[in-house]
Design a protein around this ligand. Structure first.
Ligand SMILES: CC(C)(COP(=O)(O)OP(=O)(O)OC[C@H]1O[C@@H](n2cnc3c(N)ncnc32)[C@H](O)[C@@H]1OP(=O)(O)O)[C@@H](O)C(=O)NCCC(=O)NCCS
Length: 166
């Protein structure tokens, strides 16, 4: 049994991550990934609507030949600007460069679509996300004190960040 289990697990651990297209059929997987990290996760229907919206660009993170996304980045485009609405990597896949891989691919695709500036909003206490964004050239352009309502009744500060793509 053990050799079989190990041979089944090994590709999962050793196959490198790749980015790829996301379609509306991925909506349930995206909703599951999103709900794990956000108090108000977006429903499957909300993802289906987003993924069929022409202004939305979404890229997925996959391992090997698997078609089940382990993460995704999703932005809304308006003219030559876009807003990164969310980026998520499955918890067990974090801290090994997957977020960076995904964000790089997403930024490249937005640039190809003619986006010159990418904005995002992030909780000032979200260290992993801040490291990811700062490392990839995003700079703080605004600060919204006491912006996000937290489960304990407090309010967290939101940072608005921008990166030029052109
Ligand atoms: C933010 C997120 C996508 C990053 O994904 P990831 O796969 O861990 O990203 P990476 O492994 O590429 O790491 C990105 C950077 O963050 C750093 N980092 C990772 N976890 C960290 C932590 N807990 N504290 C500080 N820095 C951290 C890494 O060292 C890396 O920095 P480097 O490029 O200078 O080496 C992931 O943590 C996540 O899905 N979080 C939950 C959802 C979320 O908060 N999304 C962002 C707001 S919408």
């Amino acid at each position: 049994m053990w050799p079989r289990l190990i041979s089944w697990l090994l590709p999962w651990r050793t196959q490198s991550a790749r980015t790829g297209a996301i379609t509306s059929s991925d909506a349930p997987a995206l909703a599951r990934l999103h709900a794990k990290d956000f108090a108000r996760g977006w429903s499957v229907m909300e993802f289906q609507q987003l993924l069929t919206d022409q202004t939305i660009v979404c890229d997925g993170l996959f391992r090997g030949r698997s078609t089940s996304p382990l993460g995704f980045a999703l932005s809304r485009v308006a003219g030559d600007e876009a807003e990164l609405l969310t980026i998520v990597v499955l918890d067990v896949q974090r801290g090994r460069g997957n977020g960076g891989l995904l964000l790089n691919a997403h930024v490249n695709r937005l640039a190809l679509r003619g986006v010159h500036a990418l904005f995002l909003e992030v909780d000032a206490a979200n260290k992993a996300a801040l490291a990811l964004y700062q490392r990839r050239g995003f700079r703080e352009v605004g600060r919204r004190e006491a912006y996000y309502p937290m489960p304990d009744g407090s309010r967290a500060t939101a940072l608005v960040m921008r990166r030029d793509l052109a």
